[in-house]
Design a protein around this ligand. Structure first.
Ligand code: AKG
Length: 284
């Protein structure tokens, strides 16, 4: 059943990206994901790609190796080589993150509107599968949901996935299971057995909901997915990295559950309280 789209989108002003349209909000509400063509301006895409190249090298594999994210949680995953983006401290990128927050508020579409806060930003290059990689990140992205990894007490969070160059399916672009954002929590990808993913555990999703074609992105295109939406990607079978920059937001009233968090350091945080404003600023 499609929820009603509750808010007017309106003009959010000129900036590093365009505003989402009412049609895009309706698509996100119905399917749990949406593609925003030409969302980020080319100058901003260039700034982000240049910063990523400086931090990670042309091969996207020259950044420092970090072994663990939290006790018992390995950083190395097949999906991509994640590197913190530091966007809040970089004025032009901070401006993009602020606009992402304002657009996320429109997409979130809560009946009683709430604000949106920054959650994280990182580069997520998928490395070529034909080459050895110091960080991993050169495999497929198993079909999964994000929500359970984030240790927050409510859904509503979403990821803006920005393509920094033009990429088709051969680079390992994402597919989405439309409508899966309404299914509840389906497990943590870290529990999957080797070679298994969420669609092996819940095979009915393929037939009952269907899996989208892998996305085709031009530089500056964004897909937004709810942290409840099942998504995955193939390997990058080209000979160069697939550069993406991810900006994640949460509803402002989301509270830390107290579970050890792999996405952030919970030092000083209080169980059942909203994420602290100094590290997770309100954006909209
Ligand atoms: O970039 C990918 O291949 C996967 C991205 C992803 O899993 C996410 O944004 O949650």
């Amino acid at each position: 059943m499609q929820s009603a789209v509750r808010k007017e989108t309106g003009d959010i002003g000129a900036g590093p990206c365009r505003p989402v349209t009412p049609g895009e909000v309706a698509h996100y509400v119905e399917h749990g994901w949406v593609k925003l063509k030409g969302f980020v301006r080319p100058e901003m895409v260039r700034i982000i790609l240049n910063t990523a190249l400086k931090q990670m090298g042309e091969d996207a594999d020259s950044n420092a190796v970090i072994e663990t994210l939290a006790p018992g949680v390995e950083k190395k995953i097949a999906y991509f080589n994640a590197e913190y983006g530091g966007g809040l401290a970089n004025p032009p990128v901070r401006s993009l993150i602020d606009h992402v927050g304002r657009n996320a508020k429109l997409l979130m579409n809560r009946a009683k509107p709430v604000g949106v806060r920054y959650f994280s930003d990182f580069y997520a290059p998928k490395l070529p599968s034909s080459k050895a990689a110091r960080h991993g990140g050169n495999g497929p992205t198993s079909f999964h949901q994000d929500f359970i990894n984030f240790s927050v007490d409510r859904s509503g969070g979403m990821t803006f996935w920005l393509a920094l160059e033009d990429y088709g399916p051969e680079f390992g672009t994402m597919s989405f299971v439309s409508g899966s954002h309404r299914l509840g929590v389906l497990g943590n990808y870290r529990t999957y057995q080797k070679g298994e993913d969420l669609l092996d555990i819940y095979p009915n999703l393929r037939t009952e909901l269907g899996v989208s074609e892998p996305m085709v992105y031009a530089a500056g295109d964004v897909t937004v997915h709810s942290h409840m939406t099942v998504h995955g990607a193939g390997s990058n079978v080209t000979n160069r990295p697939r550069w993406a920059y991810l900006m994640l937001v949460q509803p402002v009233d989301a509270c830390w559950t107290g579970a050890p968090a792999e996405a952030f350091d919970h030092t000083g945080m209080k169980i059942n309280e909203p994420l602290p404003e100094d590290r997770f600023p309100s954006l909209a």
